[in-house]
Write a protein that binds this ligand. Structure first.
Ligand SMILES: Nc1ncnc2c1ncn2[C@@H]1O[C@H](COP(=O)(O)OP(=O)(O)OP(=O)(O)O)[C@@H](O)[C@H]1O
Length: 383
């Protein structure tokens, strides 16, 4: 078996179909497509006097979308069948995922391809809930994901992961093993110090804690590390955004005017430090009555959409105010784990795919993109 470097006609057709599907250029999608020729089948085809070549087109997507791959494959195969004279079997099209490490101004952290800050201008809008569910949603879509709870003033990730009594282990007193819950690797200031201690830290100590957590954790190879930022847009958040090699940021807001004004400040803060904002997630967009299905727009309507439009940013998702989101978070089994087949879980996954695609389509790959990927350290501690 060998890989062909130049795109064979079938691979070119696949690239054109994908370009149309994702509304990007064929130049981009051609980079995803390669042809694998099975020399054994070719030999047997020749023996049988046939000139048929057994070619497999391999598509390596630079973003994750596992839940949609079967549908995408159906679309490509049915288009190909209408375009090709010869037969093309479904087994001749293979999809894989290889998330690219995107450029950052600061040098990358070992093993982490992309660091995504989830931030909100205002407290209590559901930033941590959104962070954890997006992390699991990205995982479900096929990415390797970790979460870092940088919310020094109210670390809630340990509660949402149901492992508040666990502590990261260290063999050399310098580095920590991250904890693992439901397959997600995590670290949080909440695992290390009593909450009341961290809550009185001043700015420099708080941002030093974040860089230490980031640098001293033995992260396995991760496509995405989600960083749950402390709420607000003050000096502490600005320093954190400056000191960490953030690939991009996602802003969480409710549709309410008050929250939107603060979300706007969040966008400006990341712009100031040259961290691209991928888009907005609107949380608590509406409440849907379980008895009659009526939607109430408790915190106003479509504010996130309008703010996104004003800044030319995508609205990555709209999540309802829903009792299950809160209950599953409190129980240590976030919605994506506790109710993975629910429509709300599907909405988080849609937002996760949008984030992954935004990263792949709007940012530039890092030079020497894999130099900092050293491989998984031995033994991640499970809970
Ligand atoms: N969409 C939602 N539906 C129902 N409850 C939600 C939703 N989003 C968040 N919550 C609940 O609202 C509360 C605050 O959420 P969360 O801790 O995620 O907010 P936060 O913005 O991270 O807060 P902080 O500013 O304190 O860091 C939690 O009890 C959480 O379970």
């Amino acid at each position: 078996m060998f890989f062909s470097r130049k795109a064979e006609p079938v691979a070119q057709k696949v690239a054109a179909i994908l370009a149309n599907y994702f509304s990007v250029s064929t130049d981009e999608t051609l980079l995803w497509c390669s042809t694998i020729e099975d020399s054994r089948s070719n030999a047997s085809a020749r023996d049988a006097g046939s000139s048929d070549k057994s070619q497999t087109v391999q598509v390596t997507l630079p973003f994750c979308m596992n839940s949609q791959l079967a549908h995408l494959k159906d679309v490509v195969i049915s288009e190909l069948k209408s375009q090709l004279k010869s037969e093309f079997h479904s087994a001749q099209l293979v999809f894989t995922t290889q998330i690219t490490s995107q450029h950052t101004k600061l040098p990358p952290i070992t093993n982490i391809k992309n660091i995504i800050a989830v931030a909100s201008g205002k407290g209590g809008v559901g930033k941590s809930t959104t962070s954890i569910n997006l992390a699991f949603a990205l995982m479900k879509e096929g990415a390797r994901v970790g979460i870092l709870d940088a919310d020094i003033y109210g670390p809630s990730i340990p509660i949402m992961l149901g492992n508040t009594n666990d502590h990261p282990e260290s063999e050399d007193n310098k580095h920590m093993q991250p904890l693992e819950a439901h397959g997600l690797v995590a670290n949080s200031i909440g695992y290390l110090v009593p909450q009341d201690d961290a809550a009185v830290w001043r700015g420099p100590m708080a941002s030093r804690a974040l860089t230490q957590l980031l640098n001293e954790t033995l992260w396995p190879v991760l496509d995405y590390l989600i960083v749950d930022m402390p709420p607000g847009t003050g000096d502490i958040q600005l320093t954190m955004a400056q000191q960490v090699p953030l690939t991009a940021a996602v802003i969480v807001t409710t549709p309410q005017d008050l929250a939107l004004a603060d979300a706007q400040k969040g966008i400006s803060m990341f712009e100031k430090v040259d961290v691209p904002v991928l888009g907005l997630v609107e949380n608590m967009s509406y409440y849907q009555c379980r008895a009659c299905g009526t939607k109430d727009y408790v915190f106003s309507r479509d504010g996130g959409e309008q703010l996104a439009e004003r800044h030319g940013l995508p609205l990555l998702g709209q999540l309802p105010l829903d009792i299950h989101i809160r209950e599953h978070g409190d129980a240590g089994t976030p919605l994506l784990i506790g109710a993975p087949e629910s429509p709300i879980a599907a909405s988080y996954q849609e937002a996760a795919r949008a984030i992954s695609m935004q990263l792949a389509f709007t940012l530039s790959p890092r030079e020497n993109s894999n130099k900092h990927i050293k491989g998984d350290p031995i033994g991640v501690v499970g809970s």
